[in-house]
Write a protein that binds this ligand. Structure first.
Ligand code: ADP
Ligand code: MG
Length: 730
């Protein structure tokens, strides 16, 4: 029975036609931001005083003035109602990896028995969502049960369908962050403050430093019908069983190959809707694995870029269904082919230019370049364990360290040109040579940084944190993750590095050292101190694992233990001194990380146990019975000697099936037992470790036998779509 269903589903999937996409008549530049209350609309719909104040908030970080709230709300309401909007929602990013929203209508009683549309400044600015079901790591139960959401005016409101979406932060009544956005904004502020101060050594006029983020989102598409017949995909987002397909990515024929029609239509639809929502989509292409794709917008200010990434993940899931697909954002939906990541292209720029961009026009520009690259290395070096924790999750753990994705050790690749410049600076010792910027730089060859700084081919795909010309690319971030987690850690570490840098330079200047010389001295110290993080070799090799250990880099691979790095003294000091998070908040967030880890493994173990016992074992038993039947029948009609010969092969398979089955049944039992034992552990960190050490390994060891059975059982009987069907039908 099951097999018939499988073939019908496969048939349906392969005969699906592309859905037509309504392409707007206007050009993309004309419909860009159509559903966003952007500056143009603010200008049109707000009184001039409110408009000016809003610009001041957005451009200069001025505090939002509550006296204009009503006027802003009124303007937004008028604009939104022209688009047919009837509801509004505070849209926030709780500590689960998604977003949350609760919709309220504009309608209110008008006091005369009728209704009227209303939207006040108060409703725009602050709400109290019933948040008791969002994870808080115990913060809310300790103090107040309530949390509230507060508008983030630096990220514009937008419209989806009939709803006005208002990006907000989400905090407890006592002020602790219960989301990603609140600490992110603090981290961005910290890096702005610290980097602006350092910038003043070079460009006294700089007013602010902006963090840029350009994310590249990888994803898989699977036909919706096939997806629906795989309980593992539905419940856990990844396949818990499935033998490699005979062909997967070994031909390298998918990457940059032509995009199939049905997929292209999905992408077109997604791009149009994204552009209308102000997301500057630019690049789309196939990825390495079959049915894997990538989407990248033009980089934006970090906070906005993250909102846009959260939004696009919603759009992807939604629009995929319209095209008969399911979009898989899990980091490792399929074994044996590449997983999905979300490269985070990160850079800092001032109101006048990009700080990680080299070379400059003069020696001072180059010193600026060297300073910011060095301090980035220092930040990444000093907090390499924490940065790994910031991208770690139960799902991303499957991708890291496998021989295809960033290794589970954070290191940084700079490329030959930049490496040799830094080496040169590090090894030059003659302080007398470095008293005047121009001359100094001459001696140090700094001005000779070639015009075309980094050859784009000078790339190391195995590096988790690579310099790519005018930015660093943090490649270890998971495809499903909220980039904010990585961006909070990285930017806070950068803020700390720059703050200490400035303190030391200022001290040297106070003691009579010339500015340029003082900067170079501290740069040299920091280059030496952070040397261990620089690695240009193959990050996947075993030798590197050995060497990294000797260099003192964090080599831990157990996800729940990696989370400990958030509570290291050096991390707590960093977050507290930069006013991003308190120890209390960090502890609470770690509780959530451990809990989430446990839940994900627990769900996988349950789903997998069920699949084994009520899909795989029954089907393999049925197939085994037909073989046994055959053996009996052969024996009825042939002589013993001949029958033995004929049935030898089947008897062998019958035995093998039994062996695999016993392993599966026995170990599913053990896995259930391991879960019970783990569940009795009170402390959630210890419980997460037990899940990691004692439950998770069963998923792999049992899977091996299930996948062997898949190869033996009659294809017609196998109940679940196979890899070749999931991965190649589009
Ligand atoms: P790749 O070759 O790594 O796939 P892409 O061109 O696909 O590169 O994507 C690179 C991403 O980096 C894009 O989002 C792009 O806008 C972004 N980017 C380019 N320059 C910067 C920068 N200075 N800072 C941050 N992001 C940048
Ligand atoms: Mg990239």
């Amino acid at each position: 029975m099951a097999s018939k269903l499988r073939f019908k589903v496969v048939d349906d999937a392969s005969s699906r036609k592309p859905v037509t996409v309504e392409v707007p008549k206007e050009r993309p530049s004309e419909y860009f931001g159509k559903y966003v209350f952007d500056r143009k609309k603010m200008f049109k719909y707000l009184p001039s005083k409110a408009y000016e104040k809003m610009c001041d908030v957005i451009d200069n970080g001025a505090p939002f003035d509550l006296t204009i709230a009503d006027a802003v709300a009124e303007g937004i309401k008028t604009w939104a109602m022209e688009l047919g909007v009837t509801h509004y929602t505070h849209w926030f990013q709780p500590l689960t990896e998604g977003t949350a929203e609760k919709h309220d209508g504009f309608v209110e009683h008008d006091g005369k028995g009728g209704m009227v549309e209303e939207f006040s400044g108060k409703l725009l600015v602050q709400q109290e969502p019933d948040a008791s079901s969002f994870p808080s790591g115990g913060i809310r139960s300790t103090f107040e049960a309530r949390g509230y959401s507060a508008w983030d005016p630096t990220s514009p409101v937008f419209v989806i369908d009939d709803t006005l979406m208002i990006p907000t932060i989400f905090i407890s009544y006592t002020g602790e962050a219960l989301d990603y956005k609140a600490p992110l904004k603090k981290a961005l502020y910290a890096v702005d403050r610290a980097a602006t101060a350092v910038c003043h050594y070079f460009y006294p006029d700089v007013k602010k430093v902006i963090t840029n983020l350009g994310w590249e989102q990888e994803y898989f598409l699977v036909d919706e019908a096939l997806y629906a017949t795989r309980p593992d995909l539905v419940m856990t987002g990844r396949t818990l069983l499935g033998h490699d397909s005979a062909k997967n990515q070994q031909m390298d024929d998918h990457y940059f190959g032509s995009i199939p029609d049905r997929v292209e239509n999905f992408m077109r639809d997604l791009e149009i809707q994204s552009l209308q929502l102000g997301i500057p989509c630019k690049t789309r292409h196939n990825e390495v694995a079959p049915n894997q794709f990538e989407l990248a917008p033009i980089f934006e200010e970090c906070n906005l870029a993250i909102d846009h990434n959260m939004l696009i993940m919603i759009l992807m899931r939604r629009i995929a269904r319209k095209h008969g697909f399911r979009c898989l954002l899990h980091e490792k939906p399929f074994n044996g082919v590449n997983g999905s990541g979300k490269h985070n292209n990160w850079s800092l720029s001032t109101d006048t230019g990009i700080l990680l961009h080299g070379p400059g026009k003069n020696a001072l520009d180059n010193l600026r370049f060297v300073t910011f690259v060095t301090e980035t290395l220092k930040a990444v070096h000093d907090h390499n364990g924490l940065l790994k924790a910031s991208i770690m999750s139960a799902t991303n753990a499957h991708r890291l360290g496998a021989n295809e994705a960033p290794p589970a050790i954070i290191s940084s690749f700079l490329g030959k040109t930049v490496s040799s410049i830094l080496d040169h600076i590090e090894n030059s010792t003659n302080d007398e040579d470095i008293s005047i910027a121009g001359k100094v730089a001459m001696r140090l060859d700094i001005p000779s940084i070639p015009e075309l700084l980094i050859d784009n081919t000078d790339r190391n795909r195995t590096s988790p944190f690579a310099f790519t010309g005018n930015r660093f690319e943090f490649r270890a971030v998971g495809s499903e993750a909220n980039c904010a987690s990585a961006m909070i850690a990285l930017n806070t570490a950068m803020a700390e590095a720059l703050t200490t840098f400035k303190k030391r330079v200022d001290l040297l200047i106070e003691m009579g050292e010339a500015k340029e010389s003082a900067i170079l001295k501290v740069v040299r110290e920091d280059l030496k101190a952070s040397k261990a993080i620089r690695f240009d070799g193959n990050g996947y090799s075993d030798e590197w694992k050995e060497e990294a250990k000797q260099r003192g880099l964090d080599c831990e691979t157990s996800c729940p233990i990696i989370f400990d790095r958030y509570l290291d003294d050096s991390s707590v000091r960093m977050f507290e001194s930069q006013k991003v998070m308190t120890r209390f908040e960090l502890e609470a967030r770690n509780e959530i990380k451990w809990e989430t880890y446990i839940k994900r493994v627990q769900i996988e173990a349950r789903v997998f146990g069920d699949l084994c016992l009520n899909h795989i074992i029954p089907v393999s038993t049925r197939y085994q019975s037909t073989l046994i039947d055959n053996v009996h029948k052969v024996k009825e009609i042939f002589s013993e000697e001949k029958a033995n010969k004929i049935t030898a092969n089947n008897i062998d398979i019958i035995e093998k099936i039994s062996e695999h089955q016993s392993f599966i049944i026995e170990n599913v039992d053990k896995m259930v037992e391991a879960r019970k034992v783990a569940n009795r552990i009170e402390d959630c960190r210890e419980r997460a470790i037990a899940y990691h050490d004692n439950v998770e390994p069963f998923l792999d060891s049992i899977r091996y036998h299930v996948d062997k059975l898949e190869l033996m059982i009659d294809d017609e009987m196998w109940p679940l779509p196979k890899y070749r069907e999931l991965l190649f039908i589009r």
